[in-house]
Ligand binder design. Structure first.
Ligand SMILES: *Cc1c(COP(=O)(O)O)cnc(C)c1O
Length: 326
């Protein structure tokens, strides 16, 4: 998408501006502590709980910021996004909040709960067959026909800046940290949080955490270029991305210490910990950062460690299956 290639990379001032825009619209989510988690890790853990964000994930931040920044003419025409997950609900809700019409391109076999949630938030759903149609081409065609603005899930300056407000709030609330762990899919959240860390806690080591089966982020850091992989098989459905973005990768390369990977088993163990000990529902993708933090805890003994818990939208039956089986 040429428009995106021409886009100016976001800087910390954009994250600050996004925080202003989000005031009164996004929740200022809680930072939770757990004595059990601290004891287990041997470090002081600060969990920034975006599972309590509106629509259940941090993606509301980027979606709202991007739509709020459009010109009045673009807002009158409406926006379009393709997603079967949290980005769909984020765009639908943020658009409704701003009085903007939203069209969401979703696969016909998307989970019924997600289709219903997106529709409940006022999004108009265009269903496509994921086996026979190219969703990006379809989205571009509808956007052109109807004069809609495409809001991509991560590779967009205003989306990245919006996601960074999660870390901005965390640092403002708890002060500097020695390390920050962030869930990684296409890198919008990680890039935005790294911008906030760079300005507010320059000595903080920032880590992305992705599923072992989908380690394109780690491969990309090693190779020094964006590496594309096949769609990974993992329960972390929000991190089934095949590559980082043209805007997210350079920021991650410059500001992120390393990308770690965790297995689905580690994610399930963390889901169970959150449910049992912290009384909260976190989706598998939302457990990536915590799983990475627990795995590398010996390195951070006695230090202050931030963990972005990215979302809580999970099918409860699947959740019960995962965490009930021991
Ligand atoms: C989208 C998503 C991610 C990954 O975010 P990126 O910006 O694509 O890296 C992580 N966790 C949850 C819950 C998500 O919805």
């Amino acid at each position: 998408m040429r428009l995106i290639r021409l886009m100016r990379p976001p800087v910390f001032a954009d994250v600050q501006a996004a925080a202003e825009r989000l005031r009164g619209h996004a929740h200022h989510t809680p930072v939770l502590r757990s004595a059990t988690a601290d004891a287990r890790a041997g470090a002081a853990l600060f969990f920034k709980c975006e599972n309590f964000q509106r629509m259940g994930a941090f993606k509301f931040r980027g979606a709202f910021n991007a739509i709020a920044k459009l010109s009045p003419a673009q807002q009158r025409a409406g926006v379009i996004a393709f997603s079967s997950g949290n980005h769909a609900q984020a765009i639908a809700l943020a658009a409704r909040e701003l009085g903007v019409a939203a069209t969401i391109v979703m696969p016909t076999d998307a989970p019924a709960a997600k289709l219903a949630a997106t529709r409940d938030y006022g999004g108009e759903i265009v269903a496509y067959d994921r086996f026979s149609e190219d969703r990006e081409a379809l989205t571009r065609r509808i956007a052109e026909e109807r004069g809609l603005t495409i809001i991509p899930p991560y590779d967009h300056a205003d989306v990245i800046a919006g996601q960074g407000t999660a870390a901005l709030e965390l640092f403002e609330e708890v002060g500097a940290l020695d390390a920050l762990f962030v869930c990684l899919g296409g890198g919008g959240l990680l890039a935005g949080c790294a911008l906030a860390a760079g300005a507010l806690a320059p000595d903080c080591a920032v880590f992305g955490v992705e599923p072992e089966a989908g380690d394109d982020g780690r491969q990309s850091l090693r190779a020094g270029r964006i590496v594309t992989i096949a769609v990974p098989k993992t329960i972390a459905d929000g991190a089934m991305t095949t590559h980082l973005g043209e805007l997210t990768f350079p920021i991650i390369r410059e500001r992120v210490r390393d990308v770690l990977t965790v297995t689905d088993e580690q994610l399930v163990a963390v889901m169970r910990f959150f449910a049992e000990r912290m009384k909260m529902v976190v989706e598998p993708t939302g457990c990536l950062a915590a799983a990475g933090a627990f795995a590398s805890a010996p390195q951070w003994r006695g230090r202050r460690v931030g963990v972005i818990v990215s979302g809580g939208n999970v099918d409860l039956a699947a959740c019960a299956g995962w965490i009930g089986a021991r």
